[in-house]
Structures are given as C-alpha cells and as structure tokens.
Design a protein around this ligand. Structure first.
Ligand code: UFG
Length: 334
C-alpha cells in the first residue's frame, strides 16, 4: 500500500513509517516540522514540508498521490498546554482535521484513500469503568481530549454523509522506541513518565511521582503502556481492513495492551533494566490525572487482528533506554 503520513516527523508518525517500510509499504511524509524532526524521516522517504492548514498544498498532494490511506498523526498532544492555550488545540487539532476532511471530500472522485486518525483515551476523561470499552461515556477533561472527540465526530459525519471510509484509533500510553534505533520519543518539554524516569536515572537526579493517594493497588496512577511499533502495526492493519470495505464506514478502536501498571511498578522495571536504584520522591498529584486508564482491546483483536510483539514493559524500557543513550544532544533527550 501507499500512504500519506501527515505528521510523519513526529514520535508516532516516524515509527509508523519505519514499520510500514519493513512490511513492504511506501510512505510520503507531510509535516510542517513545528514539533517534529527532519532527522526522524528516512532520507529515501519523500517529504513535503507544509502545513495541514495550507489546503492548496494539501489538495495538490492528495490529488495526484495515488494513496491507499491517509494517516493523521499531526496533533498537538500536551494536556497541560491545552488547558492554558486551548486556541492552539482548536486550531491545529480541530481545524486541521476539518481542512483534511474537506480536501478528501472535494477529491473523492480522484482519490479513494481511507483515513486513519490518531485519537486518544483522553476522550473519556475519568472513565466510568475499567477496562475502558469503545462505547463507554466520553467526558473529556481537557481541551486536548475535547479536540480529539470533536475530530472523531467530524470524521464520522463526513464518512456517512460523503461515502468515505475512516477510523479513529484511540491510543493508551504510547512508549518505547524503534528496535533498529535512530528514533525515539522526542517531546519538548517531556512530560511522560518513562522518558522522564530514564532521563533522571541517567543524570543521577531524583524522579518525582505525582501522587500516591489514588485508589489503586499502591496509591499511584495506573496506565496501559503500548510500544509505539505495536501501535504502528495496528495502523497498517487498520488500512488493510478499511481498504477492503465497500461504501461508507466509520469506527473507533482502542489500542492498548489491556494491562495496567502503576507508576511505582514502572519505576521498578526501569530500575531492573538499568541495574540500579533510582532516587524517587512523591510529589503532589498532577492536575487532571485519572487514577486508572487501561483498554478493553477485544474490538481491536476481533476487527484488526491486533497483536503485540514489543509491549512487555521490559522490552519497552530497553528500547526507550537504548534511544536515550544514543540520541544526539538537542535532537531528542527531551
Ligand atoms: N508521571 C509522574 N512523573 C513524571 C511524569 C509522569 O509521576 O515525571 C505520572 C503521571 O502523573 C501519570 C503517569 O505518570 O500518573 C503517566 O503519565 P504520562 O504523562 O506518561 O501519560 P498520561 O497517562 O498522562 O498521558 C496519556 C497520553 C496523553 C493522553 C492522556 C490521557 O500520553 O496523550 O494519557 O489521560 F492525553
């Protein structure tokens, strides 16, 4: 298959390109490099430096691209930033998807590509039950989560109104790095647990765990960690599934392992992989953190044939650690 990868210079998009290539598919990357890295795109992958809101360039790209699938990995994804600057999220995440849907609608006779959209378990806010199933009530608590839910609604409406085929994949906690090296998690600022603990451990600094008074097994938050290459593989399966469908179709599917690990359990596994103790302190709760989030992934298994190859926590940590040890300063150490 041939893919247009919008946001292909970012963390998940760049891992997707590599896995797609290993599986024999080709990609064209479309990215404005605002938060992504040129170095993350392999030199033999065609790259268009353009903004998603630039509808003219986007339409030209789609019109003659002969794409089987278009992937949207181009969202901003910092929950705290979305609270302080919601305008960024409604412009980039919501308006960006609207522009993309409009381009796909207008070009329907020229391009029959399916749309695969990166959504998030953040659409649920504090979940009504665990594990979280696709149809559970959605009450996003941040502009980030709201922007993803609005996007899902727009995609569903466009699909059924205009005979398009789309899917929202709701990620739980994406983590880890490509097994072949060269790329890894690259956020600035880095807010995620695994890279923060690894960085602190390597620098012999103290890690802060945000809260130990949640209603969980040890009082710290529980999350569902899924290796980014397993996510990538599920995205390829999603394209194959949608391309085989005739007529309008839309669905939302959860991508998680179904296993929850507490923050303290994650730190313990990092200590084991590193072979050293990590200094840690308990800080205040971080605003907006739900106690537990883990996926009911039965739908992903049934519809996509979802499986995981890299998502045991030790493999996740080992690949993330290898990346942190090799990444050049500035490119990504958070
Ligand atoms: N944490 C710490 N110390 C740190 C960093 C994180 O204790 O230095 C804790 C957090 O408070 C949380 C857990 O580690 O309890 C996981 O935090 P992450 O920031 O790694 O991930 P989140 O679960 O907050 O974020 C994920 C996705 C987001 C999504 C969010 C929905 O990465 O895109 O779930 O709640 F919006």
């Amino acid at each position: 298959m041939r893919f247009l990868v919008i946001g292909g210079a970012g963390y998940i998009g760049s891992h997707f390109i590599r896995e797609a290539k290993r599986q024999g598919h080709s990609s064209v990357v479309y990215d404005n490099l605002e938060r992504g890295f040129r170095e993350s795109i392999p030199s033999d992958v065609p790259f268009i430096k353009a903004d998603l809101l630039d509808s003219k360039t986007l339409e030209e790209t789609i019109k003659d691209g002969h794409f089987d699938a278009i992937y949207h990995f181009a969202a901003f994804a910092l929950v705290g930033e979305s609270v302080s600057q919601p305008e960024l999220y409604y412009e980039n995440n919501v308006e960006g998807v609207r522009v993309l849907l409009e381009a796909m609608r207008k070009l329907k006779t020229k391009s029959n590509a399916v749309l695969i959209f990166s959504s998030s378990c953040a659409v649920f806010g504090t979940p009504s039950k665990l594990p979280i199933s696709e149809e559970d009530p959605k009450k996003p608590q941040s502009p980030y989560g709201k922007s993803k839910l609005i996007d899902e609604w727009m995609i569903e409406d466009y699909c059924y109104a205009h005979g398009m085929r789309g899917m929202a994949l709701r990620y739980f906690n994406a983590c880890g790095a490509d097994k072949d090296g060269g790329i890894g998690e690259a956020h600035d600022p880095e807010t995620h647990l695994i890279p923060n603990v690894i960085k602190a451990a390597l620098a012999k600094e103290t890690v802060t765990i945000f809260g130990d008074d949640f209603e969980t097994l040890d009082g710290t938050c529980v999350r569902d960690y899924i290796h980014v290459t397993d996510l990538a593989d599920a995205h390829i399966k999603a394209a194959a599934y949608l391309c085989a469908q005739k007529g309008a179709i839309y669905d939302a599917i959860h991508l998680g392992t179904g296993n929850g690990y507490s923050n303290l359990q994650v730190v313990k596994v990092i200590e084991k992989v590193l072979g050293m103790m990590i200094e840690q302190r308990i800080g205040a709760r971080r605003a907006g953190d739900p106690a537990g989030l883990y996926a009911d992934n039965r739908k992903a298994k049934k519809i996509l044939g979802f499986t995981t190859r890299y998502s045991d926590l030790e493999t996740i940590i080992a690949t993330a650690l290898a990346w942190h040890q090799e990444a050049p300063e500035g490119y990504n150490r958070g």
